[in-house]
Design a protein around this ligand. Structure first.
Ligand code: PXP
Length: 249
């Protein structure tokens, strides 16, 4: 199977809402951030509606769905409440993520293998409603196989361990994580899954991941919103886009 299209950038705007909620104000507005992201070269907008609503709110999802021309990737836990919300809005994509400690594997992705049956039933109506279902998993063969068996269209590979190792200056661990991501991106692609990646990516860590030919989309948030303080959101995103394209070329 070949690789299609250019590498997409999904900009996660959760932490615009984090700043807003810190003061209980109406600003900064995540929808305004999403519009700027679109102008700056984002291919999609990602937002995580957490069970505790610590950043993105129900109204944000409503407003994003109404205002956006870009596809929305709704990240959410596999709960009945979130399923109802997703079925009401029918975003372009739904990415199932762990929220509680006991749902996590040691690497931080969703433990799909542990609750394969429940998750298969959970995602079926979302897929039937036209949402592209993605599962956020560690770069782990068992989890990827389980995501495939339950009928997910996409796996998003968790890059957190790779980014942490880089930040700690542990070159051997970073290279080992990168090797795992490289191998598992190919493995997932060979199973017929579309491969995305994200979590913790920065200007310093994005290029080796962007260079993986099977990876079709990166979802990046926290670093970009932080960087926006210094250079503005549009330029912060444009620089990420430039680095991704350069790595891919
Ligand atoms: N991908 C997934 C599935 C996530 O849950 C997150 C964080 O919400 C991201 C990507 C983006 O991570 P970061 O904000 O560290 O760039």
């Amino acid at each position: 199977m070949g690789y299609a299209g250019r590498l997409r950038l999904g900009v996660n705007i959760d932490h615009v809402a984090t700043v807003r909620n810190a003061r209980g104000s109406a600003y900064p507005d995540p929808v305004r951030a999403a519009r700027l992201a679109e102008e700056a070269g984002a291919d999609g907008i990602t937002a995580h509606l957490r069970e505790d609503r610590r950043h993105i709110s129900d109204a944000d999802i409503e407003n994003l769905m109404a205002a956006l021309r870009l596809p929305l990737n709704l990240e959410m836990a596999a709960t009945e409440e979130m399923q109802r919300i997703a079925l009401r809005h029918r975003p372009h994509a739904v990415c199932i993520v762990p929220e509680r400690r006991e749902e996590r594997t040691t690497e931080g992705g969703l433990d799909v293998a542990r609750e394969e049956n429940r998750l298969a039933h959970f995602i079926a109506p979302l897929a039937a409603a036209g949402c592209r279902v993605s599962i956020f998993v560690a770069a782990d063969r068992r989890q990827i196989e389980a995501a495939h068996r339950i009928g997910a269209a996409v796996v998003e590979l968790h890059t957190g361990a790779y980014c942490d190792a880089h930040a700690e200056g542990d070159v051997a661990a970073r290279d080992a994580e990168l090797a795992r991501l490289t191998e598992m991106a190919a493995f997932a692609h060979d199973l017929g899954l579309e491969v995305h990646a994200g979590h913790g990516l920065t200007y310093d860590t994005v290029q080796p991941i962007a260079a993986l030919p099977q990876v079709m989309e990166l979802n990046i948030g926290h670093f970009l919103i932080g960087e926006a303080i210094f250079r503005g959101l549009g330029p912060a995103i444009a620089e990420m886009r430039r680095l991704m394209d350069a790595a891919r070329a």
